[in-house]
Write a protein that binds this ligand. Structure first.
Ligand SMILES: [Zn+2]
Length: 114
């Protein structure tokens, strides 16, 4: 029910490329963990987006087609994150590499839209 209410306010994007990063200097070119939004990057919560498509601060729901929605927050941007592409923050560099590249349908809801 909650998800149905959320999705009625959401914008849907299909065939979005999902990549993974962590807060290390190899991924970010710096290691302070501070994102483009000024928030600290939080593994399992933060996602980097192209802000011309998904506004910073949006809730981002990721559907890999397994019947489960995964919730993130658009906290960050990245020079390589353009268009239909999101970059999920992981707890370690190894986890980011292991998660690889996936494709998903995503839904985003602008901050304050509900
Ligand atoms: Zn890393």
């Amino acid at each position: 029910m909650i998800e149905a209410a959320l999705l009625s306010h959401a914008v849907r994007l299909d065939d979005v490329t999902v990549t993974h990063y962590c807060t290390c200097s190899r991924c970010c070119g710096k290691s302070d963990g501070i994102t483009a939004s000024g928030r600290r990057a939080t593994p399992g919560v933060s996602v980097a987006v192209d802000p011309s498509i998904i506004p910073l601060g949006s809730d981002v729901l990721v559907d890999y087609g397994d019947g489960e929605l995964h919730y993130y927050r658009a906290d960050d941007t990245g020079s390589a994150v353009k268009g239909a592409h999101i970059d999920l923050c992981m707890e370690s560099h190894e986890a980011a590499i292991q998660a690889g590249v996936r494709t998903a349908t995503i839904y985003f809801i602008e901050e304050g839209a509900i």
